[in-house]
Design a binder for this molecule. Structure first.
Ligand code: HEM
Length: 289
């Protein structure tokens, strides 16, 4: 069997492996679409994780403008992922029905995406125990780390859960850039699994920045890039919800949840529980003045 030369286009990109990883389980025409959409999401998730790690390191290293540039890239990836829901929306209920049982055999679901949880943790969404509406009148408490059978996956998620999020790193940078603001960030090596209470000092500093953007352009831009991230996370969730509504209606999910009702709750929670509360509070203040 001939091998693709390492220095060729296909060799460098590992295309033999990559393009041999779409294993349909049925003859259904649309199953390839379903696999490719999920795989491409996971590939982009991998890049988002890499970029968010770099942005966090840049902020802790005092390279605030570098972080701003990286977050602009992350946001563009998020926008691209939101757009992929339009492609998946071309999947009709009858097309999906042909291969759904085979896909969901054994309870497979995006609920098990470890990279999605890593991104949530990196963005600052640290709720580890989730109320999982089972659809049969009950709610199960799902531990989104312990549910993974693979020890290495669990260890990685545990480490991410405890590590600083992008907002924790930004607050560290804010405290360094504005030493008189009275902000006392936790040390980087601390345990960040508990979500920090909204802080008056942090809010006051963002408010000062937003009151005079020209005088604080770097931090104003960083604030807006953080809002971009949270805004896009919300939009991704809503587009997931609206796509699921048109493909499976109100039927239960392959992962065992009530389906739409579970996703609806997650989407609404994301609108009510802020990842970057002080940055959203700044908006309220502008209009209450
Ligand atoms: C027709 C396509 C899809 C349907 C019908 C669908 C349905 C669902 C449902 C019902 C859930 C709730 C858990 C369950 O009971 O399974 C869920 C969760 C999830 N799905 Fe999808 N999904 C689809 C496509 C995708 C795609 C393309 C991705 C991208 C990776 C994805 C990622 C996720 C994630 C990350 C969760 C967990 C959400 C959370 O816990 O907040 N899904 N999906």
């Amino acid at each position: 069997m001939s091998e693709t030369p390492q220095d060729s286009y296909g060799g460098y990109l590992g295309l033999d492996k990559l393009l041999d990883a779409q294993h349909t389980r049925t003859e259904a025409d649309s199953e390839l679409l379903f696999i490719v959409i999920h795989q491409s999401n996971e590939l982009w998730f991998k890049l988002i994780i890499h970029e968010l790690e770099n942005a966090i390191n840049a902020l802790y290293g005092g390279r605030d403008l570098a972080a701003y540039k990286i977050l602009a890239r992350v946001h563009q990836i998020q926008l691209l992922l939101i757009r992929t829901w339009d492609v998946l929306s071309t999947l009709t209920p009858s097309e999906y029905r042909v291969f759904r049982d085979s896909v969901g055999r054994g309870g497979a679901s995006g609920f098990q995406s470890a990279q999605n949880r890593e991104i949530e943790f990196l963005l600052g969404e640290k709720a580890r125990i989730r109320d999982f509406d089972t659809g049969s009148g009950g709610t199960k408490q799902a531990d989104v780390i312990a549910m993974h059978a693979n020890v290495d996956v669990r260890a990685k998620l545990e480490q991410r859960w405890r590590a600083p999020s992008i907002y924790d790193a930004a607050i560290d940078g804010l405290a360094r850039s504005y030493p008189d603001a009275g902000i006392t960030p936790r040390p980087r090596s601390g345990d960040y699994s508990a979500i920090a209470e909204p802080s008056e000092a942090i809010f006051d500093q963002w408010q000062a920045i937003y009151a005079e953007p020209d005088a604080h352009m770097a931090w104003f831009q960083l604030g807006e890039r953080l809002v971009d991230l949270e805004d896009a996370l919300r939009r991704w969730r809503w587009r997931h919800l609206t796509t699921v509504a048109r493909v499976i209606g109100q039927s239960t999910g392959t992962g065992g949840s009530a389906g739409l009702r579970y996703l609806q709750k997650t989407a609404v929670d994301g609108m009510e529980n802020f990842l970057y509360p002080e940055l959203w509070q700044v908006r309220n203040e502008v209009f209450s003045a």
